[in-house]
Design a protein around this ligand. Structure first.
Ligand SMILES: [Zn+2]
Length: 275
């Protein structure tokens, strides 16, 4: 946990440094110049540009200097992202679920690192959904955003809808030559009852992969897939296998959430990570 907290702190510094960049707009390619010239209404508020009341302006990325869109001057002010110096600025960090364990662990290991830890509740029933520590806001239950569907189903839906294209983080981490990487493979947390099991040099027999939680055994196909993953990623111990599973779950979840975020911004003009 200490390494996790230190890593998050480094990430925060890295992101703040990127966001503090303020590059001027670079010269527009001809097609973007034409697009800007012929745009008559703000793409953000849909209002027509008028003299001094709604002035036509170019909106660009402060980090790269590239053109984003043609907007009115009022929207441009609001579209600029929050600066690292702002007290309202935060970096969202989403957990898959398990509110209690995650929050207790992080707060316990962060003692003394932060003077105050504001708790975040939702607006409907004031249920505790996360907390903020320094500039990082930990949102502890992503299922509230993703309609409580299982990660297996969410990954499957994404894969069936758009193939491997949306799996940016998974492909960046594992490459895109292994078709089995775009689905979860079986792992039983219930089986890992003590630290010694992490040293086991092979997968447990199929019968040991029984889930008391779901009252089900793994299928022949699931077990075969687990064996293939073990061999393909050169696992030597159950610890290697557990780490492989965790790494894949994390990047798959990041892809699912990233896609959900893009969808929400496109459809509702709302960013779930900054609501
Ligand atoms: Zn506007």
């Amino acid at each position: 946990m200490n390494e996790f907290i230190a890593h998050m702190h480094r990430e925060e510094q890295r992101i703040r440094s990127i966001l503090s960049t303020n590059k001027p707009l670079i010269d527009l390619p001809i097609e973007e110049m034409v697009k800007h010239e012929y745009t008559t209404a703000c793409i953000s508020c849909n209002q027509k540009f008028t003299g001094s009341a709604r002035i036509k302006t170019l909106h660009h990325y402060n980090v790269s200097g590239k053109y984003i869109a043609t907007v009115c001057h009022l929207c441009k002010l609001q579209l600029n992202y929050r600066r690292s110096s702002s007290e309202h600025f935060f970096i969202p960090c989403f957990f898959r679920s398990n509110v209690g364990i995650n929050s207790e662990m992080i707060i316990k290991y962060s003692q003394g690192k932060s003077a105050k830890i504001p708790m975040i509740s939702n607006n409907t029933d004031e249920k505790f959904i996360g907390f903020q520590m320094d500039g990082i806001r930990y949102i502890l239950d992503s299922f509230q955003f993703l309609q409580s569907s299982s990660l297996d189903n969410l990954v499957l839906n994404l894969y069936n809808d758009d193939g491997i294209e949306p799996f940016r983080y998974t492909r960046r981490t594992f490459g895109d030559s292994d078709p089995d990487i775009f689905r979860k493979f079986v792992f039983r947390y219930e089986y890992m009852t003590n630290r010694e099991i992490f040293k086991d040099a092979s997968l447990p027999p199929k019968e040991s992969f029984y889930s008391k939680l779901n009252t089900e055994f793994v299928t022949e196909e699931e077990y075969k897939c687990a064996q293939q993953m073990w061999n393909r990623y050169d696992c030597q111990t159950m610890e290697d296998y557990a780490e492989l599973h965790m790494k894949l779950e994390t990047v798959l979840f990041a892809d699912v959430f990233d896609q959900f975020r893009r969808f929400a911004i496109q459809q509702y003009r709302l960013d779930p990570a900054h609501c």
